[in-house]
Ligand binder design. Structure first.
Ligand SMILES: [Mg+2]
Length: 256
């Protein structure tokens, strides 16, 4: 087994393009995670995908055969909620563009979701496959009035069953272009998000390995948090000047 993985106490996994593609497991991925869990390693799923709640993600993973409980799943919307609690505080007004995976943790944390002209303290943007022009217009208005601009993540594209689709970052870019203002990013590559995962796994950064398919999110996040990184080339194609500690074509190569 790859030495850094053998030494590790916790493994932080990206999901889309690393373990799953759409609603299918990537061949060999279930076996790989099960092997690590059998060795007693703590498994954390760290996903920028904010469309599903951690409960729904755990359910999907279980259905595919991965060992998963909701506490083992950290989504970028969970990161967005903790960031908002620190930044604007409990009970404040939020204008959100996002799906169930973003809306439900915002409500559970006590934020008031506003619609229409009620001034918002923050605008949060995640992937919303039903977002309309009017939603973006409203987000822009709130940001111009001084609302804090937060994005769940900046993934340009996401792997889906038959190829790729625009990611949350593509929607965020629309608002960024329209307002001329840059958002704060809650998910990967934020080191804070990886540190939340380390806390959840109760390990130090040197005791964990992060495995992902995206240089600009996964590998950069690992570097920002001082965690050993593995790039698996089964997902988003990318080139750049961010270098993982090791690169493999397939997860199972790490078992030999
Ligand atoms: Mg990915």
């Amino acid at each position: 087994m790859y030495e850094a993985l053998e030494r590790s106490k916790a493994v932080l996994f990206d999901l889309d393009g690393t373990l799953i593609r759409g609603e299918q497991a990537i061949p060999g991925a279930v076996h790989f995670v099960v092997q690590l869990a059998k060795m007693g390693k703590r498994i954390i799923y760290l996903t920028n995908n904010a469309t599903r709640t951690n409960h729904a993600v755990a359910e999907l993973l279980n259905r595919l055969g991965f060992p998963a409980q909701p506490e083992m799943v950290l989504t970028s919307s969970i990161a967005a909620v903790s960031l908002l609690l620190r930044k604007i505080g409990f009970g404040k007004k939020v204008y959100a563009i996002g799906e169930e995976g973003l809306i439900s943790p915002l409500l559970a944390a006590g934020f008031e979701l506003v619609n229409g002209e009620v001034p918002a303290d923050a605008v949060v943007v995640g992937l919303d496959r039903k977002a309309t022009y009017a939603d973006f217009e409203m987000a822009m208005k709130h940001i111009h009035r001084g609302a804090f601009f937060l994005a769940t993540n900046r993934d340009r594209i996401i792997p889906v069953e038959n190829g790729f689709a625009p990611g949350a970052g593509s929607l965020v870019a629309l608002i960024e272009y329209a307002t001329g203002l840059e958002p704060t990013i809650a998910g990967k590559p934020s080191a804070v998000f990886v540190k939340e995962a380390l806390t959840q796994a109760e390990v130090h950064c040197q005791e964990a390995v992060l495995i992902g398919d995206n240089l600009e999110t996964d590998i950069l996040a690992a570097k920002n948090a001082g965690v050993h990184s593995v790039l698996v080339e089964s997902g988003v194609p990318s080139e750049g000047n961010i270098f993982p500690d090791i690169k493999v074509n397939h997860l199972t190569e790490l078992l030999h």
